[in-house]
Design a protein around this ligand. Structure first.
Ligand code: SF4
Ligand code: SF4
Length: 483
């Protein structure tokens, strides 16, 4: 009887084999180029876009203003109490990933993930400095000498420049980009800016330059989550073994075409793979579905006069159908399936809810905190006084006059720290600076024998009846609340 393997001796980590992927051109490679250019352009250009919000607000189109606790995105300004918009966008991004995975498999990993984009970029630097696959393999095996050291230094310097550009671009989302640019390069920027750039430069340099596919295989949780999300109807890069096997060299397979499949074991699909895997071994977590092996194999099939698609985007179900001689399902039909539609419905539902909230939000805000200790003060004439701290928000880029009113609490009047009790009234007005919050200490006095009850503070922007905010609070008195 065979002895079972000693599990304690098994390693969960396979020693890294360096990947020297070969250059390839084709349909999917060109799509990758286009998406890489788009992602990098959006990333680098966005902080430099300007947006006129008037004299009281920043002119940067997209700005995460941590110091003033604001998030600007073109015409939208999000305040801290509106964080649900950001939460909603993050939830949409998460469900969007589920949607994309359900529709077209790991397209995010293969085309748009920053780790993929930067790894791809660094692999092109490798080719530029060290040559294509074979030259790089030779150089890797060659002993260290002046030429090899010089090439390494040049290559790492380019890695560093790209990494610096990455870290450098990120900080411009958090402050006025032109100002920060000048300060950064004149050495007068905040130390946090230098620390952030140093951290991002180092992580990009290490993750994109050296760890590469190891991040996808071992560090990133997304491949595992996707594995749980994909099923036999999910589009993925598939090697059609029923067509390719048994594989043999071109010479051998030409001699006995009825015996051997279409795969001529040229290894081109492995040579171009950025993660260094062999797709012919079936679906695996290391496959980011970049489809470069499809480009490579299609080219081989074209050269030897066989139909393309030995490796192709397909579902496991379709592979079975094709194996049985049936036509594959149209890709559009695969995409519009119940699971994808359910994700789309949830994603669109959240998006519409956010749009509705955005369209109906007012730019006037009010929060009220009641003094708890003491809850009320009995005045010499028997009337009862309560104290409140109001925070009036003007969320527009211009100063606005606002009326504060007491709604309910019959006979009550109010005054503030900067006015006298003699001027007490049921309404008062204040001008709130542009894009600011005004704290206001308010004293409310109600006639003797007033029972404890709730009432409302109402704030209305002058001349803008729709711009109203309400806050219900309690007025405490020694009298029991009316039943
Ligand atoms: S590129 Fe195509 S033919 Fe060549 S080994 Fe890969 S699957 Fe086989
Ligand atoms: S196996 Fe093909 S699709 Fe998967 S990562 Fe490698 S080249 Fe890309």
């Amino acid at each position: 009887m065979n002895k079972p393997p000693d599990m304690t001796q098994l390693s969960l980590y396979a020693k890294r084999e360096p990947v020297f992927n070969r250059r390839i051109d084709g349909k999917f490679r060109r799509i990758k180029w286009a998406i890489m250019a788009l992602c990098l352009a959006v990333y680098w250009v966005t902080p430099w876009l300007r947006w006129d919000r008037g004299p009281y607000a920043p002119t940067q189109a997209v700005l995460i203003d941590l110091a003033h606790r604001r998030f600007y995105m073109f015409g939208i300004e999000i305040w801290p109490h509106e964080f649900y918009f950001v939460a909603g966008l993050l939830i949409m991004a998460g469900i969007g990933l589920f949607l994309v995975t359900s529709a077209v498999g790991r397209a995010w990993c293969g085309y748009a993930c920053p780790q993929t984009v930067w790894t791809d970029l660094f692999q092109h630097v490798d080719r530029l400095i060290d040559g294509d696959r074979n030259a790089r393999m030779r150089l890797y095996k060659a002993p260290w000498g002046p030429a090899k050291i010089a090439r390494r230094l040049v290559k790492w310097a380019i890695y560093l420049a790209i990494s610096l550009a990455t870290g450098g671009a990120w900080i411009y989302y958090f402050a006025d980009a032109p100002t920060l640019w000048t300060e950064f390069w004149s050495g007068t920027a905040d130390p946090v800016a230098y620390a952030t750039v140093a951290t991002l430069t180092a992580t990009t340099f290490v993750l994109g330059g050296f760890m590469r596919e190891q991040v996808c295989i071992y560090m990133c949780p997304w491949p595992r989550i996707q594995t749980a999300m994909t099923d036999e109807k999910s589009l993925t890069v598939t090697y059609k073994d029923f067509r390719g096997e048994p594989r043999a060299s071109l010479k051998k397979s030409q001699k006995a075409p009825d015996v051997f499949g279409d795969c001529i074991d040229c290894n081109q699909c492995v040579a171009v793979c950025p993660t260094g895997i062999d797709i012919r071994q079936g679906p695996q977590v290391g496959c980011i579905t970049c489809a470069l092996c499809i480009d490579a194999c299609d080219r081989v099939m074209h050269d030897i006069g066989r139909p393309r698609g030995l490796i192709d985007y397909a579902t496991l179900d379709d592979a079975e159908r094709e194996k049985a001689g049936q036509p594959p399902t149209r890709h559009l039909k695969l995409i519009w399936r119940p699971r994808t539609l359910a994700y789309l419905a949830v994603w669109a539902g959240i998006g519409l809810a956010l749009l509705f909230a955005l369209g109906t939000r007012v730019h006037t805000g009010l929060t009220v905190a009641k003094d708890r200790n003491p809850p009320y003060i009995l005045l010499s004439d028997g009337s009862v006084r309560g104290a409140y701290t109001l925070r009036l928000r003007n969320m527009e880029g211009r100063p606005r006059r606002m009326e504060i009113a007491i709604v309910g609490l019959p006979g009550a009047v109010m005054w503030t720290d900067d006015s006298a009790r003699a001027d007490a009234a049921r309404t008062l007005t204040r001008t709130i600076p542009a894009d600011a919050t005004l704290p206001l200490r308010v004293y409310v006095v109600a006639p003797p024998t007033t029972a404890a009850q709730d009432f409302t503070f109402r704030v209305t922007a002058e001349g803008e009846a729709r711009e109203t905010a309400l806050s219900e609070v309690t007025f405490d008195t020694p009298q029991e609340a009316n039943p």
